[in-house]
Design a binder for this molecule. Structure first.
Ligand code: ACO
Length: 349
């Protein structure tokens, strides 16, 4: 289907808490080791929020970073979509908090929840609003602070996650289209494999007995999620490439959800991708859920790994179960760098 209006991706940004927790520090909480965590997951440290930080504070910081990258002012934003599973409150939505903080008085705002795949779902929804001509400028944020929902006595889960936020700015274009295709999937039958139960309206008023307190923590069947992910990633990438009319071998970069280096390695081998095509930063940030893809994308640009023009596949998977992918033709450059005035050379006295 040819969409009536093209969608450019004009900005990307991110934010993480300053507080870093290393693998060595986790050995004081659970029986584990830096060696076990690094070998099994690729994670060496993660950023964890302090009491002063929140899901909304990270989302706002990432949104401002992405807007500054794009060079547009916040009053141009028509819609704010925030993908998160860990909002500060059931409402107001995190998107409304972002809309107020950045100053986008004309913008509509809502949250979406598709766990770690949330940013792919949000990109797809944002693109469709633009393609239909409803909105011209859409700010899409992925943010999660799973640290508030982890059982820090459970070594199976507490080592995996970090907190963070990432954002993209989408803009309508009559001549170009840079989100070539999106592909979204779900399998609700696998919901029990990765879940945070008893945290919504299913959590009875007055709380649950103390013995069941752990039931409000993230719970995961690690083996089953691993099996799901190594199949879902190649399936989604092949499907989205087919929709976009490109071959997998035409991709310059794969930006996968940053859950585990063994998942990324196994999935990319199935796709026949080389290591230099993979964008990964989970050693430094761990699994930041809905934030991980834009966070990895923004970081790769900052470090000069990902330079325009580049055809990139973004692929996510997570609770729900959900999975999905998007193809982005990346051409944007950081407008802050253009605006930088070069310092006059120091004259000899
Ligand atoms: N330190 C030391 N030992 C550990 C730790 C730890 N942190 N965690 C588990 N172990 C132990 C287990 O207790 C088990 O011991 P046992 O044999 O005495 O019972 C042993 O290590 C092996 O455990 P397994 O679960 O079989 O280890 P596995 O090799 O499968 O690795 C892991 C576990 C890393 C969790 C793997 O299953 C995995 O990567 N799964 C995918 C997880 C994931 O990425 N989830 C999130 C994705 S979706 C999203 O992002 C929301």
């Amino acid at each position: 289907m040819r969409l009536p209006v093209g969608c450019k991706v004009i900005g990307v940004g991110c934010a993480v808490p300053t507080n870093v927790v290393t693998n060595a520090e986790l050995t004081g909480l659970v029986e584990t080791s830096d060696e076990w965590i690094a070998t099994r997951t690729g994670i060496r440290q993660r950023h964890i929020v302090t009491a002063e930080e929140s899901c909304s504070s990270l989302a706002i910081e990432a949104a401002k970073d992405a807007l500054e990258f794009s060079g547009i002012t916040s009053d141009a934003v028509d819609l704010v979509i925030v993908a998160t599973s860990t909002p500060d409150n059931l409402y107001p939505s995190t998107a409304c908090m972002v809309q107020a903080a950045i100053g986008a008085p004309q913008a509509a705002a809502f949250d979406m929840e598709a766990a770690c795949t949330g940013i792919i779902y949000a990109l797809s929804v944002g693109q469709h609003f633009i393609a239909l001509g409803t909105y011209r400028t859409v700010l899409v944020v992925g943010v999660d602070i799973h640290s508030r929902f982890l059982n820090w006595e459970d070594r199976n889960t507490c080592i995996l996650f970090g907190d963070g936020a990432g954002a993209f700015v989408l803009q309508a274009s009559e001549t170009e289209n840079e989100i070539l295709a999106t592909y979204l999937r779900a399998d609700g039958k696998g919901g029990h494999l990765l879940h945070i139960p008893n945290t919504g309206a299913g959590y009875p008023h007055g709380g649950v007995p103390a013995a069941k307190e752990t039931h409000r923590y993230l719970q995961m069947n690690g083996r089953a999620i691993y099996e799901f992910a190594v199949n879902a990633v190649p399936e989604a990438v092949r499907a989205v490439c087919a929709k976009a009319g490109i071959r997998v071998e035409d991709l310059d970069f794969l930006v996968p959800h940053q859950a585990n280096k063994r998942i990324i390695k196994a999935a990319s081998e199935r796709l026949g991708l080389r290591e230099e095509q993979l964008v990964s930063n989970l050693d430094e940030f761990g699994n930041t859920s809905a934030a991980s893809i834009p966070l990895a994308f923004a970081e790769a640009i900052t470090h000069g790994r990902l330079a325009p023009p580049a055809t990139c596949a973004l692929v996510g998977f997570g609770g729900g179960l959900t999975w999905g992918a998007a193809i982005i033709r990346w051409t944007a450059t950081d407008q802050r760098l253009k605006n930088e005035v070069s310092e006059p050379a120091e004259l000899p006295l």
